[in-house]
Every structure is written in structure tokens, then in C-alpha cells.
Design a protein around this ligand. Structure first.
Ligand code: ADP
Ligand code: MG
Length: 649
């Protein structure tokens, strides 16, 4: 005992701390959310261990987060009864950043800071999770006392900003199991020494933590009951000091534990009243000293287990903000209970803007943002390969199942049949949420107007359209489902409004009699395709041409060739065909024309030579334009060649 070891922070940690202190100064509140989120994770971990090792938790054990302010020592203490840390854990977790991509993240954020991009920096940090080190925003010195259940010793980690840290065995009061983070509050952060403010912050940021969070504060004196047999417990709470504190106290004494504690071997919530300050013997007539006690701040019943009819929009919104760690409201959500092969509850949100980048979604390593719970115990916050397909990886949410084996490990989970069933249902529900946004107006053929989705769907499409189109390219299994959602610009929609879009289904509904193909034309912009010689005849004859003007459309054309049995036809390719009737008419005309320009064609072919053109032919496609460059049937379109050249493929 007593041997103090000194360590240096990993370079990245020092950099992260510098960045945090410079960019988050005006948003120092986040430190509390981060410490509570770590306490929450630690309790999740011990509960998870208890699933396979019943000795990890004692039945009925109290699992909680407690926050206390001490004015004389100017400290804030955040304590949890979570998994705790061994000495090695402390070295690994509180001295380095293990996350992959940290360096790249720091790189980007440093650049952002240099160019003065304040708002972006805050966003980036928000996505990354600022973590433990954010405590240095408000503290000069941090001490972490921790006891892991597999380690007989209790350890004390200590650090003053940037100066590295020390670890020694701790001989203070034993924790049993868990962690205590003690912040020595900076001179200029004294406002945080107010438990009322901390309570407000907990309510704002950590409302949906499913473990009880207590603050140690002054509670109104409960008068001695006049009658010896007081019947109703609540009746005495009538001191007129306002709802908040009185409710807090009542809750603290009767924590809502029915729903969180129903699994065997993992009983945890507070059965006992936690009361450190027994009412001291007080003399008659003396002024009552303020009574301090632990007071419950949050409602520990998980939102997703509640009946949707009893949840307000505000609750759904703030739950989203809390799990997605964002200030934005969600675009839409779907809350459901699945029954049948596998029972589970799900709550899925589509954010207005992606919570993290969608461009790096590679099938193999992808993780989605849907957390998986088994009977209210968090099993993992990111399922490898995703619970949802890559093109739905913008979805944030929660799945809670009673049917997965209780001793499920992250590895066996992947092979579980129930998980396969859950994935299938989740996909269906996610699509349902999209469909609800989509089905605002029915298609009316007589108006020759495709159905117009609500503005909510258009907002969705603007942000996620390209991701869904990539899905159409990559996810062969879900192609048919996706094909009903994806939208395109066309020769008809462009006439009305350049932002208007239609589905392929609507395209088919208003196709011309005898039309055997879906005509598509790709180009760099709406103007370029609108004025293209290839589309002029089609448009004149009353055909609708889909305009492929999104960068992803070109790939789509390579891999997606037909919709519900109707082939897509690129009008710039030389195997192009019109609908059967029109084809007859045009063919007869073209035959006559072809004879008259035969020698011109030969002349052009010879002059340009075979390295420039593979053939020069009379075309049936052109009406106003004299000539056009077209691609071979199996060759790349001109635009694809441009794209490939740009990427040096
Ligand atoms: P993150 O939570 O994203 O992993 P943090 O910087 O917040 O990053 O925390 C770093 C690590 O320190 C955690 O992953 C965890 O292993 C450990 N840790 C932090 N706080 C606690 C705690 N209260 N109990 C147990 N471990 C903790
Ligand atoms: Mg954390």
C-alpha cells in the first residue's frame, strides 16, 4: 500500500483535452452527461456479466448512480455501483483512447478549429462522444476511486490536467464494487457546485438513463404525523414547498422497479431507502437543521416498455435526443411491439440529418445505431453487420427482446435464429415508417400526375435518397422493396418543378400504350439531359424519360436493369427501341432517309477514322438535332466514362 506510480497520457489524449478545453468552453455542461453515461455503461456491464455469471450480482443488489456536491472541499462526486476498474483498466481506459479512427477524428477537428468552424467542431465532438476527459472542462484535478468485482484491491487514479496521472492502492472507505469520480472544481466553474443546477442538467441530458440517479440534497422536513396511524404515505407531503422536491423525495422512497427488475439473478434496483442522515436527536423548540437525503431525479422505467398511447410527442423527441446525443428533433419514428415467432419491442427513429457519416458504410465492418437489449439489459449498442441493412444505417433506436437466450454472448448472438427473425421484422417496420411518410396522396391517372409524397418524405429523400439508391445497387435481396421507394426526376416532372420526383411505379402507371421499356437518360445536370438530342424525339412522341442526374444514378444503371419485369433502356445507347406502334412509323420514315445520306455516312466514318468512332449510322432518334454521339449497347455510357476517368478507374 502507498506506492504511487506515475504515468503519462497517450499523445492523443493530451490533444483531445486541448481541443475540448478550447472548443467546448461555452458548453461545459456536457461533462455531467458524459460521467453519467459512463456510470450507466458500467452498470450495464455488470448486469451483462450477471447474465452468464450469477455470482457477479447479488439478487436484490442496489444499482444506482449518485451525485453529491461538497462545498467545503469544492468537489462534485459521481458514484456508481457498476463494474468498476482494475488497476490495468485504469491505465488502459483513463490514459489512452482505444477507439479506432481517433487520430483521423482529431486531425479533422484540429483543421476545423484552425479555420474557425465553431459549430462544426461542437457537432463533431458530439458525434464522437467527448467522454471522461470532458470532466477537465470543470475540474483542475480528478480522482477516480474504483473497485472491480474480480480484483480484491481498490484503486485510486488521480490527475491534474495535462500532467499525466498517478495510480495507487486506495485505503479510503471500501466501495464494495463500483467507481467514484471526484472532481475538484475549477475557480471559474463554481456555478457547478450547485446541486440544483446539476439536477437540472441531469433532467435535460440524462432523463432516459434506466438506472436510478440520485442527488444528495436538502429535502423538506416531513412533519411528524399528528395521528399515530397515518394511512396514506403521500398525505404528509403537503408542505407547500413546490412539486419538484417533494416528488423527488417520494420517488426516492418508492423507486419504480417493477419493470426493470423482472429478470432472475439480476435484481438490482433499490429496495431500501438510502438515507445517510438519520434524523439527529433534536431538542424541543430548537430550529430544525436542514435535512439532507438522496433524492431520485429520473424516471427509471424505460420509455420503450411503456404503452405508446401514454407517451407524449415531447417524450419521444427527448428520448431521441438522449440516445442520439443530438439537439435535433427526429424526422419520424415508429414504436411497436412485435409478436409471433419472436417477441420484442422496438423504437426506431429516422433523424433529420445523419448522426454520423453514411458514406463509410461497408457491409463487413458496419455497425448500426440500434441498441439491442435482452429483457431491459443492454447486450450491445452496436450489432456487427447491423440489425438493419446498410441503406437504413441512418436509423437510431432500441430493440428489446424477451426471446433471446438470457446467456447470449455477443458471438453466439450472430447465429441466433431469433436475431434473424428480429432483423426481418425490423426491416419491415423501418420500411413502414418510410411508407407512412410516402403515402400522402394516391396516384390519379386522369390527372397524369404522379402521387405527391408529403413534405416530410421529400425532406427524407433529400437527405437519404443517394443512400437508398446505393442500396438498390448493392442489396439485391431487398431490391424490390427499395425500388418502390426510390425516386427520380423525369422529362415530365422537370417541366413542372426541377425538384419534383417520381417512383418507377408511377412511371409505369402513366407509360404510353405499347411502351415496352423504361427510358432513362443520364447526364451531369437537369439542363444537360433536358436539352439532349437523344430525348427530343421521345418527348415529342409523348414518352416520359427518367433523368439520371444524381452521381449515384450512373452506378445504378450498371447494376439495376429492370423494374417489375420492364427493362430500363438508356436512350443514348444504340440498341434503343421505341414502343411498337411508333417504332413502325419511324422505321418506315428512317428507311427512306437512310438511302439519301448513305454517302455522307461513309464520308464521315472515313474522315473520323476507327480510333474515334466505331460506326456512323442514320438514327431514328433525332428530330431537331443533326447528329449525336451514342454508346454501344454493352459499352459504358458517355457519362460513365467521364465518371471513371475522373476516378482513374
Ligand atoms: P467511452 O465511454 O466512449 O468508452 P470515455 O472517455 O467516456 O469513453 O471512457 C473511457 C473508458 O473508461 C470507458 O470505456 C470505461 O472503460 C472506462 N470508464 C469510465 N468511467 C467509468 C466508470 N464509471 N466505471 C467503469 N469504467 C469506466
Ligand atoms: Mg463515455
Amino acid at each position: 500500500l502507498g506506492k504511487v506510480e506515475t504515468f503519462q497520457f497517450q499523445a492523443e489524449v493530451t490533444r483531445l483535452m486541448d481541443i475540448l478545453i478550447h472548443s467546448l468552453y461555452s458548453n461545459r455542461d456536457v461533462f455531467l452527461r458524459e460521467l453519467i453515461s459512463n456510470a450507466n455503461d458500467a452498470i450495464d456491464k455488470i448486469r451483462f456479466q450477471a447474465l452468464t455469471d450469477s455470482s457477479a450480482l447479488v439478487a436484490g443488489e442496489d444499482l444506482h448512480i449518485k451525485i453529491k456536491v461538497d462545498l467545503s472541499s469544492r468537489t462534485i462526486t459521481v458514484e456508481d455501483s457498476g463494474v468498476g476498474m482494475t488497476k490495468q483498466d485504469m491505465i488502459n481506459n483513463l490514459g489512452t483512447i482505444a477507439k479506432s479512427g481517433t487520430s483521423a477524428f482529431l486531425e479533422q477537428i484540429s483543421k476545423d478549429l484552425e479555420s474557425g468552424g465553431g459549430a462544426d467542431t461542437a457537432n463533431l465532438i458530439g458525434q464522437f462522444g467527448v467522454g471522461f476527459y470532458s470532466a477537465f472542462l470543470v475540474a483542475d484535478k480528478i480522482t477516480v476511486v474504483s473497485k472491480n468485482n474480480n480484483d480484491p484491491k481498490q484503486w485510486r487514479w488521480s490527475s491534474k490536467t495535462n500532467s499525466g496521472f498517478t495510480i495507487k492502492e486506495d485505503d479510503s472507505e471500501p466501495l464494495g464494487r463500483g467507481t467514484k469520480v471526484i472532481l475538484e472544481v475549477k475557480e471559474d466553474a463554481a456555478e457547478y457546485l450547485d446541486i440544483g443546477l446539476l439536477e437540472e442538467l441531469i433532467k435535460r441530458y440524462s432523463e432516459f438513463i434506466v438506472f436510478p440517479i440520485y442527488v444528495y440534497k436538502e429535502v423538506p422536513e416531513v412533519p411528524e404525523p399528528e395521528e399515530p396511524e397515518e394511512e396514506e404515505e403521500g398525505a404528509v407531503i403537503d408542505t407547500g414547498t413546490g412539486d419538484e422536491s417533494t416528488n423527488g423525495e417520494v420517488d426516492a422512497e418508492t423507486p419504480e422497479d417493477e419493470d426493470v427488475t423482472d429478470e432472475e439473478g439480476a435484481e438490482q434496483d433499490d429496495e431500501e431507502i438510502i438515507s445517510e442522515e438519520e434524523d439527529p436527536t433534536r431538542k424541543e423548540g430548537e430550529e430544525a437543521p436542514p435535512k439532507y437525503d438522496w433524492s431520485l431525479v429520473n424516471d427509471v422505467k424505460p420509455l420503450w416498455t411503456r404503452d405508446p398511447s401514454e407517451i407524449s410527442e415531447e417524450e419521444y423527441t427527448s428520448f431521441f435526443k438522449s440516445i442520439a446525443k443530438t439537439d435535433e428533433e427526429p424526422l419520424t419514428y415508429i414504436h411497436f411491439k412485435a409478436e409471433g415467432d419472436v417477441e420484442f419491442r422496438g423504437l426506431l427513429y429516422i433523424p433529420k440529418k445523419p448522426i454520423r457519416s453514411l458514406t463509410h458504410v461497408e457491409e463487413k465492418t458496419r455497425k448500426d445505431l440500434v441498441r439491442l437489449y435482452v429483457r431491459r439489459v443492454l447486450v450491445t449498442d452496436t450489432v456487427e453487420d447491423g440489425l438493419l441493412p446498410a441503406w437504413l444505417s441512418m436509423i437510431v433506436g432500441i430493440v428489446d427482446s424477451d426471446d433471446l437466450p438470457i446467456n447470449v454472448s455477443r458471438e453466439t448472438l450472430q447465429q441466433s435464429k431469433s436475431l434473424t427473425a428480429i432483423k426481418k421484422k425490423l426491416l419491415r417496420k423501418a420500411l413502414e415508417a418510410i411508407k407512412i411518410m410516402m403515402d400522402k396522396e394516391p396516384y390519379e391517372p386522369e390527372k397524369d400526375d404522379p402521387r405527391k409524397p408529403g413534405s416530410q418524405f421529400l425532406d427524407f429523400w433529400k437527405v437519404y435518397g443517394a443512400t437508398l439508391k446505393m442500396g438498390l445497387v448493392q442489396d439485391v435481396a431487398n431490391r424490390d422493396r427499395l425500388a418502390k421507394i426510390v425516386r427520380f426526376k423525369s422529362s415530365k416532372t422537370a417541366l413542372r418543378d426541377p425538384n419534383d420526383v417520381i417512383t418507377l411505379e408511377d412511371y409505369m402507371l402513366r407509360a404510353k400504350e405499347g411502351q415496352d421499356y423504361i427510358y432513362v437518360h443520364s447526364g451531369e445536370s437537369l439542363d444537360a439531359v433536358k436539352n439532349s438530342p437523344f430525348t427530343e424525339q421521345l418527348v415529342d412522341l409523348g414518352y416520359e424519360v427518367i433523368y439520371l442526374v444524381d452521381p449515384v444514378d450512373e452506378f445504378l444503371l450498371q447494376y439495376y436493369q429492370e423494374f417489375q419485369g420492364t427493362k430500363l433502356m438508356a436512350v443514348a445507347k444504340d440498341n434503343f427501341r421505341l414502343g411498337s406502334e411508333d417504332d413502325e412509323v419511324i422505321r418506315t420514315k428512317a428507311k427512306r432517309g437512310r438511302q439519301s445520306i448513305k454517302s455522307l455516312l461513309t464520308f464521315m466514318k472515313e474522315t473520323l477514322g476507327s480510333d474515334k468512332v466505331s460506326s456512323v449510322r442514320a438514327s431514328m432518334k433525332l428530330t431537331r438535332s443533326a447528329c449525336a454521339l451514342s454508346s454501344e449497347q454493352f459499352g459504358y455510357t458517355a457519362r460513365m466514362e467521364t465518371v471513371m476517368r475522373a476516378q482513374a478507374l
